[in-house]
Design a protein around this ligand. Structure first.
Ligand code: EAX
Length: 325
């Protein structure tokens, strides 16, 4: 009897002792659907962290806006009702104005340069800045370079943009870009298929994967490879939640998320040529070389706008512009 009791005590102690069996459930929100850039990061992160933590962390991915749109996801991350999220740069703009620096039009020459800057000290400074807004910024993954599509006519120059009703993300800089180009920018959360189909809006802008995964070729006849903004995601955790984790777990999570981001950027880029081919086959008329110089000229003064006046934001903009020269 005594033996049995001490055995049971030992088992109970073992079961309740510390972390060996304690599972930490993590809700991870993305607004887009399986196959999307955001969801590929989420799935890779889940795979890496569950394996490396021996399932101590269990990641449940909530995709397809099941936790709300991107702004709503970020609000829940601040409150720690959602622990992690992969969110496009645009909607961060209202939470921390420093993020709008990366959305500056025609900022990066190419993806290698974007990686170098965002993975370097300037990117780290931007991620750090998010802490004063309740987010632990972990890494940058990517949506990709954004291109314009519309249902009205081919766009070669800014003159062709005049009067088009273009959906933009919830972001001051995205709205400013399309206003400067002469469009009628209309902020709207994701997804937007129905609005395009019903012609509430004429066009939208997004990286190539979006036109494929969301079947925009069915409802948007014209695409121009404007590559006007390098669209990043910020892979974040709730700062409230982050502070409850010990240093080892924090390091493991940060590392796994960065690796997931690097994996996804590469994956995304490797598919672009095939996507362009696919979209043409589906009947999209593509202007491959719009007059980029004319587009650039129209947005050249945006850096002097009020949305970049905050000294911290202005300072970051100038530093990134210099680094991207
Ligand atoms: O990734 O809202 C947007 O235009 C985003 O790019 C969207 O989440 C697709």
């Amino acid at each position: 009897m005594k033996k049995l009791l001490s055995f049971m005590l030992a088992v109970t102690l073992f079961l309740f002792s510390g972390n060996a069996f304690a599972v930490t459930k993590v809700k991870l929100g993305v607004v887009t659907k399986p196959g999307s850039a955001q969801n590929i990061v989420a799935e890779k992160f889940k795979e890496l962290i569950e394996q490396r933590s021996n399932k101590k962390f269990e990641i449940k991915i909530y995709h397809s806006a099941s936790l709300g749109n991107e702004t709503e996801i970020l609000q829940q991350v601040q409150m720690n009702t959602i622990q992690m999220a992969i969110v496009t740069g645009g909607p961060f703009d209202t939470f921390d104005p420093i993020t709008r620096v990366i959305n500056y039009p025609f900022l990066f020459k190419n993806s290698a340069q974007a990686d170098k800057i965002l993975d370097g000290p300037l990117g780290a400074q931007i991620l750090k800045s998010l802490e004063s807004h309740g987010f632990k910024g972990l890494s940058f993954s990517e949506n990709g370079f954004r291109n314009l599509t519309n249902s009205k006519h081919p766009v070669r120059t800014p003159d062709d943009v005049k009067g088009l009703k273009i959906r933009v993300m919830a972001s001051a800089i995205h709205k400013a870009i399309w206003k400067a180009l002469g469009a009628n920018p209309t902020p709207m959360p994701w997804p937007i298929y129905t609005e395009l189909e019903q012609k509430v809006i004429d066009g939208q802008e997004n990286p190539l994967w979006v036109m494929e995964v969301y079947k925009f070729y069915e409802i948007q006849k014209y695409m121009s490879l404007t590559r006007h903004v390098y669209s990043y995601h910020i892979d974040v955790a709730s700062l409230k939640w982050w502070k409850t984790l010990d240093k080892n777990d924090q390091d493991m999570i940060r590392k796994a998320m960065y690796e997931a981001a690097v994996y996804q950027r590469k994956d995304n880029r490797s598919k672009n040529a095939a996507r362009l081919k696919f979209l043409k086959e589906k009947g999209m008329q593509v202007v491959e070389h719009p007059d980029i110089a004319a587009f650039r000229a129209k947005v050249a003064n945006l850096k002097n706008m009020d949305i970049y006046k905050d000294p911290k934001v202005q300072d970051m903009l100038l530093k990134i512009m210099k680094a991207a020269k």
